[in-house]
Design a binder for this molecule. Structure first.
Ligand SMILES: Nc1ncnc2c1ncn2[C@@H]1O[C@H](COP(=O)(O)OP(=O)(O)OP(=O)(O)O)[C@@H](O)[C@H]1O
Ligand SMILES: [Mg+2]
Length: 193
């Protein structure tokens, strides 16, 4: 069997991920804005907010494409459409000096970079991704495919996730309420010994 270029594993599969986070979504229009929130929140946790603009633009284009191909972009899907929705998964992978954004969908049709002229409507999403990301590509999976884009982080991704500050009270058990009746019974018992 000849190997299709889309079957070649993305370069980062061989690398050690420092951080990883994943969000599973139904393939509906709101997945686009939810995935942008996910990106912002995760970059903030990873102290890599400087790439927020590029990363949200890339995820918007990739998730919109995934929903367009496998789900319902319409604002008000019908019940029938909702019952048979596919999943779209967004995964973020923190490497040493970049963040990879992956969007998985259930279609085996692969993305194709367009060359739209001024009069052509559409066909610009992947061009934007190409301009914004350092690398991008797609990879066929047994049940669909993933489209990925790598965004460099100017200041290297921190090597250790920031520690959550321990609250001064976090290890303190809630104080047991003294039960006067029990205390009195104990006292009487002790006096009787
Ligand atoms: N997730 C995907 N699954 C299948 N085909 C895709 C996917 N993403 C993109 N494609 C294909 O690649 C083409 C180019 O995608 P691109 O995002 O550049 O343009 P568009 O989605 O058609 O228009 P625009 O993004 O400007 O609204 C699409 O028309 C589609 O045929
Ligand atoms: Mg598009």
């Amino acid at each position: 069997m000849t190997q299709h270029p889309d079957d070649k594993e993305p370069f980062y599969f061989a690398q050690r991920a420092r951080f990883m986070d994943q969000l599973n979504l139904a393939a509906v229009g709101s997945a686009v804005s939810v995935s942008r929130h996910f990106i912002r929140l995760t970059l903030s946790k990873w102290h890599a907010k400087s790439i927020e603009g590029d990363a949200t633009l890339v995820v918007s284009e990739l998730v919109t494409n995934a929903v367009k191909m496998t789900g319902v972009l319409d604002r008000q899907p019908t019940w029938m459409e909702l019952e048979t929705l596919s999943l779209v998964t967004v995964r973020m992978i923190g490497l040493d000096t970049s963040v990879v954004i992956e969007v998985w969908d259930t279609s085996q049709q692969m993305p194709v970079l367009q060359k739209p002229d001024d009069d052509t409507e559409g066909g610009r999403g992947l061009l934007l991704v190409e301009e914004t990301a350092k690398n991008w590509g797609s990879y066929r999976t047994p049940r669909g495919k993933l489209v990925w884009a790598e965004i460099p982080v100017p200041e290297a991704v921190p090597s250790v996730l920031p520690q959550r500050r321990k609250s001064a009270r976090s290890n303190v058990r809630p104080a047991a309420r003294a039960d006067p009746w029990l205390l009195r019974s104990l006292l009487i018992g002790l006096q009787a010994i």
